[in-house]
Write a protein that binds this ligand. Structure first.
Ligand SMILES: [Zn+2]
Length: 218
């Protein structure tokens, strides 16, 4: 699958180092299952990390080493062993991404979606660090405008939406900075299903979303 929007290199590096909160980590894993470019970057980062740790203890990895690793992610990949990352052909049935299936099965239609607002339903997934949810948005629905108190990673699984950052289709990831405010709108031709991870509460502008926030774990 060719994707137009990818996680930041620093997010991929944290994922490769195992230091992303598990909710965010699951979104990256689901993107890697469909994006060869990011898959190769993570495999490359892991190789570099291993080499670096063979040379010096983890505590002494300095900012300059981290910058160097980020720069190395853009170098050509050599001898990357990707066997463990590829989705086996036998698992390609079902519309739920393979990394999520052990938790929730194979089909979106089998999930018990909970209505949040007209045109918006969610399904909350277990996560020990951060919040992880599937969101189903009816065609043309405007999400409430919101900011963030932490990171937000959104992976489009079906359909598409647009916001201040551009248009996001199946496979694309929005890696939103804590200081950004945005208002996603589902495209009008079909509904949109997204996998969304956050590691801090959202900041809504409107009163109604703020009042509903505790009920929907936003
Ligand atoms: Zn990617």
């Amino acid at each position: 699958m060719s994707c137009n929007h990818h996680p930041d290199d620093s997010t991929l590096l944290s994922y490769g180092a195992g230091s992303l909160p598990d909710a965010l980590s699951m979104v990256v894993a689901c993107h890697l299952a469909v994006c060869d470019d990011c898959h190769d970057k993570v495999a490359h980062a892991e190789q570099i990390g291993l080499r670096l740790m063979e040379q010096e203890p983890v505590e002494s990895i300095s900012k300059s080493s981290r910058d160097w690793m980020l720069a190395m992610l853009d170098e050509p990949v050599e001898e990357v062993c990707s066997e463990t990352w590829k989705t086996p052909e036998a698992d390609l049935d079902g519309d739920i991404p393979e990394p999520l299936r052990p938790m929730i099965g194979q089909w979106f239609s089998d999930l018990h979606w909970r209505t949040m607002a007209p045109g918006m339903k969610q399904f909350i997934l277990p996560a020990s660090q951060g919040k992880l949810r599937l969101l189903k948005i009816a065609p043309g629905t405007f999400m409430p405008s919101h900011g963030h108190s932490g990171s937000e990673l959104t992976l489009v699984l079906k359909g598409s939406y647009s916001d201040e950052l551009g248009r996001f289709s199946a496979g694309d990831v929005a890696d939103v900075d804590p200081d950004m405010t945005h208002q996603p709108v589902a495209d009008t031709h079909e509904g949109c299903i997204c996998l969304i991870a956050t590691d801090g509460p959202l900041r809504f502008k409107g009163l109604v979303p703020r009042l509903l926030q505790p009920f929907f774990q936003l």
